[in-house]
Design a protein around this ligand. Structure first.
Ligand code: AKG
Length: 310
């Protein structure tokens, strides 16, 4: 008698095979093998890359910014509080404070997604999901110092992917989830985030952004598991490697979140934490471009347009 395996008797539909292939590619791209994909994509757009290098070189440079870029490359993070434009940071904080003062009204309108401990407060500023380029959140992300520091690290003008305001609140006795667990960002192969604390982060009850510098995070680079518990992480890395960013309101820092294992928003008691985040990647993007996140308003330089793909 011939036995036929039910699974092999019916051929898998073509579509299913494609999606399995995509899933596999997605996993592979998260590991160091993803550099093969990235290099191939970059190779197909060498002209665009040359132009982005040229544009990076038109930006001003100072010894302090070069040192910050060196630190970002070596350690995976750098404090830029003394480098960034304080007035722009104040403008970001002004927008954020206004949103928080209307929290109940805004939270009521929002459809809370899976990250119920994060309330996104900027929805009302978007038109078709896009920010105007003269919005303080966008202007902060376009500062020449930031573009230069990140660009020197990426060896070309970075691409601004998103800007975000998040209010983190206590999750009481719920198990830790999503960004409260240790993870690497896999938006692309090179991802850096620019943060501003918009409330004081005085101790660990305020849920500081917490990370492990790039050299000590190395052993997690090819881990397929996306979010990890403390136990899992500390079975491989000594706790002394951990950096908690305890810093006052308007502190600003850049973290290479693709290379530094990180987590945060573990808010305790009655605390809340307000955080600005701008996400940058090294182009060309590995995955299909999402819908436009920025819409032109006011005058824009060639560099600004290239950074936002406008
Ligand atoms: O809430 C936090 O501090 C973590 C943020 C985070 O994981 C991220 O922006 O990738």
């Amino acid at each position: 008698m011939t036995m036929v395996n039910a699974a092999s008797a019916v051929p898998a539909p073509k579509k299913q095979k494609i999606s399995q292939f995509r899933r596999l590619l997605w996993h592979v791209n998260r590991t160091d093998l993803g550099w093969v994909t990235k290099t191939a994509l970059t190779g197909m757009q060498l002209g665009a890359r040359a132009k982005r290098i040229e544009m990076l070189n038109t930006l001003p440079v100072t010894p302090e910014w070069s040192e910050a870029s060196r630190k970002l490359s070596e350690d995976g993070y750098v404090d830029v509080t003394s480098i960034v434009d304080r007035n722009l940071a104040e403008a970001v904080a002004g927008v954020a404070d206004n949103k928080v003062s209307r929290l109940d009204e805004l939270a009521g309108k929002q459809q809370l997604g899976h990250k119920s401990f994060w309330v996104s407060l900027l929805d009302e500023d978007l038109v078709n999901g896009a920010f105007a380029t003269d919005h303080p959140f966008v202007r902060y992300a376009l500062q020449p110092s930031v573009l230069r520091i990140m660009g020197d690290f990426m060896h070309e003008l970075p691409q601004l992917s998103d800007v975000l305001l998040t209010l983190s609140r206590p999750t009481e006795n719920k198990p830790l989830s999503y960004s409260q667990l240790w993870h690497l960002d896999h938006d692309d192969k090179r991802v850096c985030k620019l943060f501003i604390y918009l409330t004081d982060v005085r101790d660990n009850k305020d849920g500081p952004l917490t990370f492990i510098p790039a050299p000590s995070s190395k052993s997690f680079r090819n881990t397929l598991k996306s979010h990890m518990s403390d136990d899992k992480v500390f079975s491989k890395v000594d706790r002394s490697a951990v950096k908690e960013i305890i810093a006052p309101r308007l502190s600003s820092f850049i973290v290479n979140t693709a290379r530094c294992l990180h987590m945060g928003s573990r808010i305790l008691s009655d605390r809340t934490r307000l955080l600005y985040t701008a996400t940058y990647i090294q182009p060309p993007r590995m995955y299909p471009e999402p819908p436009a996140r920025f819409r032109a308003a006011g005058s824009l330089s060639e560099v600004d347009r290239a950074v936002m793909r406008l």
